[in-house]
Ligand binder design. Structure first.
Ligand code: MF3
Ligand code: CO
Ligand code: CO
Length: 240
């Protein structure tokens, strides 16, 4: 259902649309399933989605003053509550034609998630995921944001453990069946350092380089591949 919301947002992304319009698209799909857009009101956040354009890494507030332009990239991050449980996912979409570098950045975010996913198994450690993501992203010459992390998820949007996108293999919590985590590489075309905007929400790259985000919620199984709760056809299947 979150997947369907992201799909609808993707279809609505074009030059001239505002990020507030994208918020409305997501909210109506979510509510049509009887689910709740749980970012709305979270610590006072006003949107049903985060809509983060270009050098905004995450937590962009949807606004009727943010009009998308050809060549930009927009990251949509959304958390929903259904039957008492939260799921969280994000994608970065191109607005019309974008540069080769922007496309490479978007692809690297997804690819690094896939590398992390290989270690999301009972008996492996959180650091194994972190290290795989970092190695992939830096191998492409891109930066990994350090000050924002993935996280455990369940009845609450943010639960233990933290799931950093950088770190050492063999370190951190050993994963067990039933653990649900949101894995979410946030990557930059330049400096990985970020700062918080004047609205106290948006995180921007310090050097204003482009940033991309890719997130899914997954459940660790007893043995074998994790279940991706936000991709009905699995990671190798159709994406939004
Ligand atoms: N979806 C975000 C995450 O990946 C959290 C959103 S913060 C909010 O952890 F304020 F927008 F809710
Ligand atoms: Co999210
Ligand atoms: Co998250």
């Amino acid at each position: 259902m979150l997947f369907e919301a992201l799909k609808a947002v993707k279809a609505a992304v074009r030059p001239g649309v505002t990020t507030l319009e994208l918020d409305r698209v997501a909210e109506s799909v979510i509510r049509s399933y009887g689910a709740i857009p749980s970012e709305k009101g979270y610590e006072g956040f006003p949107g049903s989605i985060c809509a983060s354009v270009d050098d905004v890494v995450v937590h962009g507030i949807p606004s009727d003053r943010v009009v998308l332009r050809e060549g930009q990239i927009v990251s949509i991050d959304c958390t929903v509550l259904l039957d008492g449980y939260q799921v969280d996912a994000a994608r970065t979409f191109p607005v019309g034609e974008i540069s080769k570098e922007a496309q490479a950045l978007i692809s690297a975010a997804k690819e690094s998630f896939g590398k992390g996913l290989e270690f999301a198994r009972a008996g492996k450690r959180i650091g194994d995921i972190s290290h795989a993501i970092q190695t992939c992203v830096e191998g492409h010459g891109f930066g990994v944001v350090r000050s924002l992390c993935g996280h455990g998820i369940g009845k609450e949007m943010h639960e233990d453990p933290e799931v950093p996108n950088f770190g050492m293999a063999g370190h951190g919590l050993r994963m067990r069946e039933g653990l649900c985590i949101a894995v979410e590489p946030m990557i930059t075309a330049g400096d990985y350092r970020v700062y918080i905007a004047e609205d106290d929400w948006a995180f921007l790259t310090r050097d204003h380089s482009l940033s991309a985000h890719y997130e899914n919620t997954l459940a660790i199984t007893a043995n074998g591949d994790p279940m991706i709760l936000t991709m009905p056809n699995g990671f190798a299947g159709e994406d939004v």
